[in-house]
Design a protein around this ligand. Structure first.
Ligand SMILES: *Cc1c(COP(=O)(O)O)cnc(C)c1O
Length: 381
């Protein structure tokens, strides 16, 4: 059997007609730059994320960059973040000449460990970027407390977590100073190309973001600040407006798939037999609906790379998020980090593997994935 990590065709085929209609409308209107579909998506995403404002941008990467630019993060500033994330999180900090300061992860959730943050705060610290990794919110209450105490901004990297809820049902992106989303095709809400959004409750920041995304020109051709071309295409917004109404349904399916995997792996006994660790949805017991939106279903396994090869041979697609922790990326050697600096993040990079969890996955495929993985563990023992 063949089970890919992600099957976008299965997602888009039933929407083909609606997507073509939406794209044709943009073609007919010729309003390719910041057309009304962008405004419409901003309104919808702000409401969905429980925020007052949303500003459509060109990608999740540019959402982070523009958010930090709106905060005037610059050379000499420090920004605290996690060593376990997609490169864009740290890239945005470094591109502005600021210094990333890493804080190790909590080995249960794989998100930044809030108990270690305060020790990393200095007089130069300006912001914290928690990442809601794999679709589960970082532990925001202590993070927000530390930020308040030290006067720091909090930029939530919610690229993998649109709609994900923290304690009290608060949604990803709504808790910090700003929240950043990505509409990269593999995210839970993905376009047919790149796109992103920044959400905030701060009107002045929303206005700054709107100016920054058009090269900092306001009025047009008069530049008091330096921005960039950070605009979300009308065409992508039109596509995303078609897809957004399905997001809750897709999230529910991802959660059901996670439950099936969990029960299959529990029954198989691989936790005690091989030390496999299943993902922990820590807000589930709080009765939170979107306790985890499972952008990825990630588990810790022994002999990870060999197991991955085994699964690949049997037709099961997997991925590693991420093989190298940010502090050990080659382009960041000047920070002077070494292996051993953030042991939990390094362990995660060694042990974690992501299994197929896309909404259109069926039970037969999931049984095959689980069975094949268990066979692989036994074969590699
Ligand atoms: C995808 C992702 C980004 C970047 O989003 P793009 O739209 O690909 O630029 C940033 N941070 C995290 C955690 C991501 O997963």
């Amino acid at each position: 059997m063949n089970v890919p990590l992600l099957d976008l065709k299965a997602q888009h085929e039933p929407l083909r007609k609606d997507l073509l209609v939406a794209m044709e409308r943009v073609l007919d209107q010729n309003n390719f730059i910041l057309g009304r579909e962008v405004k419409e998506l901003e309104t919808q995403v702000a409401a969905y994320s429980q925020t007052r404002f949303a500003v459509g941008v060109s990608s999740g990467t540019d959402a982070l960059l523009a958010a930090l630019m709106a905060l005037d993060i610059k050379s000499g500033d420090e920004v605290i973040t996690t060593p376990l994330s997609f490169f864009a999180t740290v890239g945005a900090i470094v591109r502005l000449g600021a210094t990333p300061v890493f804080v190790d992860i909590d080995p249960v959730t794989y998100n930044i460990d809030p108990t270690r943050i305060e020790a990393a705060v200095t007089a130069r610290t300006k912001a914290i970027i928690p990442v809601h990794l794999y679709g589960q919110c970082a532990d925001m209450t202590p993070i927000l407390e530390i930020a308040l105490k030290h006067g720091l901004a909090v930029v939530e990297d919610a690229a993998q977590a649109i709609g994900s809820e923290y304690r009290g049902g608060r949604r990803a992106g709504s808790m910090g100073t700003m929240g950043c989303f990505s509409f990269f095709p593999s995210k839970n809400l993905g376009g047919l190309g790149d796109g992103g959004m920044v959400v905030t409750n701060d009107e002045a920041l929303a206005e700054r973001l709107q100016v920054l995304r058009v090269q900092g020109g306001k009025p047009k051709y008069y530049h008091r600040v330096i921005g960039g071309n950070f605009r979300l295409d009308t065409l992508q917004a039109a596509v995303l407006n078609v897809k957004l109404p399905y997001l809750d349904r897709w999230t529910a399916l991802r959660q059901q798939h996670a439950e099936l995997y969990e029960s299959l792996f529990r029954q198989s006994g691989v936790e005690s037999a091989y030390g496999v660790r299943l993902p922990q949805a820590v807000y589930k017991q709080d009765g939170v609906g979107h306790y985890h939106i499972y952008n990825q279903f990630v588990m810790a396994v022994p002999k990870r790379d060999a197991l991955r090869d085994y699964l690949k041979e049997k037709g099961v697609g997997t991925e590693i998020y991420y093989p190298v922790p940010l502090h050990l990326q080659e382009c960041l050697v000047s920070l002077g980090h070494r292996a051993g600096d953030y042991p939990e993040a390094e362990r995660a990079c060694r042990d974690l593997v992501a299994l197929p969890i896309y909404p259109e996955l069926n039970a037969e495929q999931q049984h095959y994935v689980a069975q094949t993985l268990c066979e692989g563990l036994a074969a590699l023992r």
